[in-house]
Design a protein around this ligand. Structure first.
Ligand SMILES: Nc1nc2c(ncn2[C@@H]2O[C@H](COP(=O)(O)OP(=O)(O)OP(=O)(O)O)[C@@H](O)[C@H]2O)c(=O)[nH]1
Ligand SMILES: [Mg+2]
Length: 401
């Protein structure tokens, strides 16, 4: 699972990235600070099943902190996007190509409205309408996809038709580098009622609408109203809500401060929570004490910094993922080595028990017999659809124990 951070220069993408990955990529108040993409590991979080089962776990592929399971995902922070990037303006095409593999995009918006479309400072908050940023970004990404699809479209579709190849499968092959799956293509074609027998007859408009729909389905975008700590940002955030935009308010800067001071051992803060504890007040100077007072105000007002909320919403809601905990020993909830609740996997909603077995190990799917639900101890058939926070054992033919 790869999440791409997108937005215009100076919106706070790298600050968000550093906060989410505890990284140290360069942040500055001038446009195009980031040129080469930063890639790192961030986490999505959920209440771990350990407390419900009353066990002490020892995770291997994830982390459990105070009963909150942290599940790793990959995050990529790219260069700022400016209008007409798809034509190569700014760091345009390079930026977009860095996003090919992303499954979900988080659009970091400067909700304070302090910068123009190109990320140039305008002097004071409220000088720019962030709604414009939301519109233009979607357009840019759709145009970029359209441009890729359009390349040799006529020649290629004619050949598919003449050779009587499966159009959808061939197209999936053609765009596999963009992390677009066959189901995405089918859904987009269905929604737009496009003719799959004569793709060479699609108009320019059909193809553009298809690109737009394919983007919406294969790389959904979550809007983050960043810099919510700046008063003007709240007004703009409320405007977005009124327009029905599903938006997460955030202060990447506050999250970054919390994460940095946690790393130094000066405070204790668990990602996503709305409070922190100062462990070593003597190590803070006056300026830092004031900073943490301000951060506490933000946490109280917005119930957290919003960074973790955004990541969780992106993966669990937009990405339609669930977390499943496989175990080998149903009574101890452990693997063969005795590690309790060792792993958790992020899988698509709708994944069945057999499909899950295949994700763990391809052999396991071939010899799959049934699964067992750790809560009810009941057998689950191969087509059982997994639920979020399921704890299950896969039973396969010839397996030991
Ligand atoms: N007040 C406030 N400032 C922020 C926040 N997030 C980022 N900033 C500031 O915004 C400026 C730009 O931040 P960056 O993270 O470098 O922005 P970027 O989107 O990565 O910019 P480019 O790499 O140039 O595209 C810096 O001065 C940050 O300190 C926030 O939540 N609140
Ligand atoms: Mg940056």
């Amino acid at each position: 699972m790869l999440i791409g951070l997108v937005g215009k220069p100076n919106a706070g993408k790298t600050t968000f990235f550093n906060a989410a990955t505890a990284g140290n990529a360069k942040v500055a108040d001038y446009p195009f600070t980031t040129i080469e993409p930063n890639v790192g590991v961030a986490f999505v979080t959920q209440e771990c099943v350990c407390r419900e089962f009353g066990v002490k776990d020892n995770p291997r592929n994830s982390i459990c902190i105070d009963g909150i399971r942290h599940i790793p995902i990959k995050l990529i922070d790219v260069a700022g996007l400016v209008p007409d990037a798809w034509k190569g303006r700014g760091l345009g095409n390079k930026f977009l190509d860095d996003l090919r593999q992303a499954d979900i995009l988080i659009h970091v918006v400067d909700a304070s409205g302090s910068f123009d479309a190109e990320g140039r400072p305008l002097g004071k908050p409220g000088s720019w309408d962030p709604l414009k940023d939301i519109e233009f970004l979607e357009e840019e990404i759709a145009r970029w996809m359209y441009q890729i699809l359009k390349r040799d479209w006529h020649k290629w579709t004619r050949r598919v038709e003449v050779e009587r190849k499966d159009f959808i499968a061939s197209l999936a092959d053609r765009v596999s580098g963009l992390s677009i799956k066959i189901e995405h293509i089918k859904e987009a074609i269905n929604n737009l009622k496009l003719d799959v027998d004569k793709p060479s007859h699609w108009s320019e408009e059909d193809l553009y609408n298809f690109a737009k729909e394919l983007r919406r389905i294969s790389k959904p975008i979550l809007i983050v109203a960043n810099k919510i700590d700046i008063p003007k940002a709240q007004e703009n955030y409320e405007k977005m809500l009124k327009l029905g935009i599903d938006v997460v308010p955030a202060s990447a800067l506050a999250e970054w401060a919390l994460v940095q001071y946690t790393e130094k051992g000066i405070i204790k803060y668990i990602r996503g929570s709305d409070h922190f504890e100062i462990l070593h007040p003597e190590k803070l100077n006056d300026r830092e004490r004031k900073l943490f007072e301000k951060i506490q105000e933000i946490l109280d007002k917005w119930k957290g910094t919003g960074v973790q909320k955004a990541l969780n919403k992106a993966v669990f809601d937009l990405g339609k993922m669930i977390a499943v905990y496989p175990v080998e020993d149903i009574s101890k909830l452990s693997d063969k080595k005795g590690n309790v609740l060792p792993d958790v996997f992020l899988v698509k909603q709708g994944t069945t028990a057999r499909e899950f077995a295949r994700l763990i190990h391809s052999d396991l799917a071939k010899t799959f017999l049934y699964a067992i639900d750790a809560r009810s101890k009941k057998k689950l058939s191969e087509d059982y659809v997994l639920k979020n926070r399921d704890v299950i054992k896969i039973v396969a033919a010839g397996a030991r124990g």
